[in-house]
Design a protein around this ligand. Structure first.
Ligand code: MN
Length: 308
């Protein structure tokens, strides 16, 4: 982590009275963990943070600092924020594809979760990490590393996790809430989706499809797709897993996972998306089927390149 830059971020955050904290649409464990973790720390310091989940038409007028966490592009905060005159003051993230869309950009790809970047920042600032903060940050770190299984989980990741446990995070309790509390609706969506599995490229790639009517059939919500793709990644011999979600208006949301040999960030980036080497995504506003075929072709090409 660039210490001089981190110090600038600390000074900027410390001087704000009412920071407004944002994260990405369809927030995941790291997005929520980072948002709540930073909010706890700022509250404990006597600042007055606001957490923004439903994106308003304008930045709240009382906000004197605009912070975005765990989000690789300004659009991912919410399309309407791109019209706001106010620039993003501080971006804190770990996505390698983040171009740095704020005034100060602390982007640390060597730490596998934004929650981990925040922990290092708080440590450097000497800001108190309460048990509640430690719990939020541990949940972010655990979920973004697939329970410490993904590539990128290194000694530093585990040291951060250990420090958070020392500060009051309870790994077993957090795991229970993050992984052992699936609603029946979410389970039903998973079941419908897994039945669509199709294996390709000599069983080195596999894809799942979510059709719009799966939501009415299961009663699940859009955030319930989180984690379904991992069910494909676990297949032996598979290199790339993908999940295609067709929207009711013909758009397509794509999630990609690699076991390590294929760089799915390169595939996503070539088609207008982004992410990390082992996990990336793309959104297409229209032409869902045509774009699914483009993604599948790019995956096939990347897999055949492995065999050459
Ligand atoms: Mn993250």
């Amino acid at each position: 982590m660039d210490k001089a830059l981190a110090q600038k971020v600390i000074d900027r955050i410390a001087s704000a009275k009412s920071p407004a904290l944002f994260t990405h649409l369809r927030p995941d464990g790291d997005a929520f963990g980072s948002l709540l973790g930073l909010a706890h720390v700022l509250k404990d310091r006597g600042q007055n943070p606001s957490l923004v989940q439903d994106v308003p038409d304008q930045l709240p007028s009382e906000a004197d600092l605009f912070v975005v966490l765990d989000t690789s592009t300004r659009e991912r905060v919410g399309k309407k924020t791109t019209d706001w005159k106010k620039p993003v003051d501080v971006v804190i993230d770990h996505h390698v594809s983040n171009p740095g869309f704020g005034t100060l950009n602390l982007i640390v790809p060597e730490i596998p979760a934004t929650a981990g970047v925040l922990y290092r920042l708080f440590e450097m600032a000497g800001w108190k990490v309460s048990p509640a903060t430690a719990t939020c940050l541990y949940a972010g770190l655990s979920t973004d590393t697939g329970s410490f299984r993904y590539r990128g989980t290194d000694a530093q990741t585990l040291r951060i996790a250990a420090s958070l446990v020392d500060l009051g995070a309870d790994p077993s309790d957090i795991a229970k809430h993050c992984y052992l509390s699936v609603t029946p609706q979410r389970y039903q969506l998973k079941k419908l989706t897994i039945e669509t599995l199709s294996l390709k490229d000599n069983k080195k790639s596999g894809f799942l499809t979510i059709f719009p009517d799966f939501y009415s059939k299961s009663g699940a919500k859009s955030e319930d797709t989180e984690g379904i793709i991992e069910e494909v990644t676990c297949i032996q011999g598979l290199e790339v897993a993908s999940l295609f979600e067709f929207g009711p208006e013909g758009g397509l949301r794509v999630s990609l996972r690699s076991k390590g040999r294929v760089d799915v960030n390169a595939i996503a980036s070539s088609l207008g998306g982004g992410g990390h080497r082992a996990a990336a995504g793309i959104r297409f506003p229209k032409d869902g089927e045509k774009n699914r075929d483009r993604v599948l072709a790019a995956i096939s090409k990347a897999i055949s390149a492995l065999e050459d």
